[in-house]
Design a protein around this ligand. Structure first.
Ligand code: ZN
Length: 129
């Protein structure tokens, strides 16, 4: 696994998150006007490479040719649902409508073990590489 560069939070994401109030909390999926800048920021930080295998990502078909990966799964770590620090791009493209290839983010699915993980953007893996 190759580390990614530091992420910079898109202003549209910052503004969307700031709308949180007593009656509304931001939840995944991102709305369309937030999603694209988030994907662009992730792609830049990861050099358009899958965060797990390092394969060049195909970003041509949003939501179909790549996977927005929640490193800590939403199902078990809901506090990280819209945190940019927990979100990466990975392989996991649709092979046909509704079916995703069993690679990287899709294969990992909701598996996560806090005691076994290495942060994908761990700075020591990122520095000078
Ligand atoms: Zn991959």
């Amino acid at each position: 696994m190759r580390g990614s560069h530091a992420k910079s939070e898109p202003q549209t994401l910052t503004d969307w998150l700031a709308q949180e109030n007593a009656d509304w909390q931001p939840q995944y999926p991102f709305p369309g006007d937030v999603r694209r800048p988030v994907v662009d920021a992730l792609a830049e930080a990861q050099r358009e490479l899958c965060v797990y295998c390092g394969r060049k990502l195909d970003l041509s078909a949003p939501g179909k040719s790549y996977h927005i990966e929640h490193f800590r799964p939403i199902s078990t770590c809901p506090d990280h649902e819209v945190s940019l620090a927990n979100i990466f791009l990975s392989c996991g493209q649709e092979t046909e409508p509704g079916n995703r290839s069993e690679t990287c983010g899709t294969a990992k699915a909701n598996w996560f073990d806090e005691s076994l993980h290495v942060e994908p953007d761990y700075p020591e893996y990122t520095a000078a590489r």
